[in-house]
Design a protein around this ligand. Sequence first.
Ligand code: SF4
Length: 444
Amino acid sequence: MKQYIAAQKFTFYIETYGCQMNSHDSEKIAGILTTLGYRPNPVKEDADLILFNTCCVRENAENKIFGNVGKMKQIKQKRPHLIVGVCGCMMQQAGVAERLGKMFPFVDLIFGTNNMQELPQMIWQILMEKGRSMCIRQEGVAEEEVEMLRTPPPLASVNIMQGCDNFCTYCIVPYVRGREHSRPIHAIVREIEQLMEQGYKEVMLLGQNVNSYGKGLENADFPTLLDAVARTGIERIRFMTSHPKDASMKMLEQMAKHDNICKQLHLPVQAGSTRILQEMNRKYTREQYLRLVEQIRREIPGISLSTDIMVGFPGETDSDFEETVSLMETVKYDAAFTFVYSPRKGTKAAQMPGQISEEVKQQRIMRLVALQAEHTYQSNLANVGKIEKILIEGQSTKDAKAVCGRTDGGKMVNLPGSMQLLGKMVTAEITEAKKTTLLGRILN
Ligand code: SF4
């Protein structure tokens, strides 16, 4: 098959939606396609295989994906040999793959998150028989140990686990990504050592709930994994996402102990009202969350904290919302991702009474966005004058004569310099705060 595909000089393009887990899945799919003889093509319209790696976490993402897949019809009419494929967690949702297949008869390839290993056979079947190939398996786990086509150094993502057992009432992930499954520590460490050999300097450990890593494995939990990864000597380690109910003292100890574990924690709170948190099945109260934040800041002074917050959950009253605002004012996050609740079919919350009007949701989200913008700016201002280590990760998007990179706490800094600095850890003084980024000058 490889000789055939390579001889045809076939190319591929992957359009990825959603979270970092999905981007990482796209790296795996790209790796499989490259092994088959395909080459990446930066121009979507020119590719011989166009694949949409979908996300179903937000409703508007789903609408956008259906719209973009629909646009492929014209390209397919002009170039009938083009393979159009759709994969990812949206395809795992009950009935969606069938609906998509009916709406868009020109889609050749449909597969779920647990079917990457079947991709070579599916593509071969399409190339040889010209029919549609569809494979969605609900059970099992996605292939982990595949050769990936990663974005070039210095940053890499490493999956440590898949799935989620938490069943927050608004969330579709446990239904489409299945039960939690952790990779063994030795496999993760080996992958990171290989990344270091290839010139990667920073890894992001990924999981839906990294704090419950290790279920089903012997002598493995997240702090033990953090310790093992830190001992590889990689320059920087970040991780996400932490569930507040499982964030442990042992994890904080590992973060404090190792210089190469970044002092940054993404700790989604979702809401500031205990009543709403219970309805969400988050398994912590407002008070427990605030105590945890105090403990984190005591153990790791100066740590950068970010969060996810949702407005408009069913039954959210004005006073519930005010509790979210007051929690934000108490914590003063360095960054926050704010969302409007949208019902996801198949989840408990979608059936709950008291759905909130779009108008109220919009008013609430605008207040949160404005409040967080102020907190982010204040947090940026507090960095001015500090000396920071910054890993240069690319060209600045603001200035052709500048590069950019992140501080240990995850703040983006633009600095005068050339791309020869790519992948280097530089020492810099922070000279100015912008609304969402910082400016600096390199000292060494
Ligand atoms: S922890 Fe909750 S929000 Fe996060 S993936 Fe699991 S169910 Fe979804």
